[in-house]
Design a protein around this ligand. Structure first.
Ligand code: SF4
Ligand code: SF4
Ligand code: SF4
Length: 165
């Protein structure tokens, strides 16, 4: 029964939150085997890994972006990460309605922060330019998250996008 409850909780977490760490194996297998040693927190060059729910590591893009350095995976003593040659995650940026541009205020902070230029602004009659995320160019690095003055950007995993679409 406890196991069922835990799996339900994990499914809820997957639906509501951004991916936990780049290249990580599935969430259930991860929390089964992660010892919460915090070695990945110390190794992260961007200092974006924090202690999340249940004491497990979790990226927090309010602290910066993932550079995909693979240090978290390299330092981990457990078999919790996939090979670096694979995609780190399927997560991409999603812009919500609290975006200043959607409220008529000129803002291009996210576009300026996006190195792969995955955020493009389209001009529309009678409105300020509106940002749009080009999924095929977005790496889910999170560089656009902390620079947004209205906290309008979230990095969503594929699971979360499926739940909200
Ligand atoms: S280094 Fe590995 S085992 Fe330790 S907290 Fe990070 S993911 Fe878990
Ligand atoms: S890949 Fe590098 S920057 Fe990204 S979470 Fe892991 S250690 Fe941090
Ligand atoms: S997550 Fe990274 S690549 Fe994607 S839109 Fe934001 S800054 Fe650009």
């Amino acid at each position: 029964m406890a196991d069922l409850a835990r799996r339900f909780w994990l499914r809820q977490r997957q639906a509501l939150q951004a991916p936990r760490l780049p290249w990580m194996i599935g969430d259930t297998a991860f929390t089964d085997q992660c010892t919460r040693c915090q070695d990945c927190l110390k190794a992260c060059e961007s200092h974006i890994i924090v202690i999340g729910d249940g004491g497990f590591p979790q990226v927090d893009f309010q602290h910066g972006e993932c550079t995909f350095c693979y240090q978290c995976a390299d330092v981990c003593p457990e078999p919790l990460f996939r090979p670096r040659a694979e995609a780190p995650w399927s997560a991409i940026a999603s812009i919500t309605e609290s975006c200043l541009a959607s409220q008529g205020v000129e803002c291009r902070s996210c576009g300026d922060a996006c190195e792969p230029m995955a955020i493009q602004f389209s001009l529309q009659p009678g409105r300020v330019a509106q940002p749009e995320v080009h999924a095929s160019d977005c790496t889910g690095c999170g560089a656009c998250v902390s620079v947004c003055p209205s906290q309008a950007i979230h990095i969503q995993s594929e699971t979360q996008r499926n739940h909200t679409s």
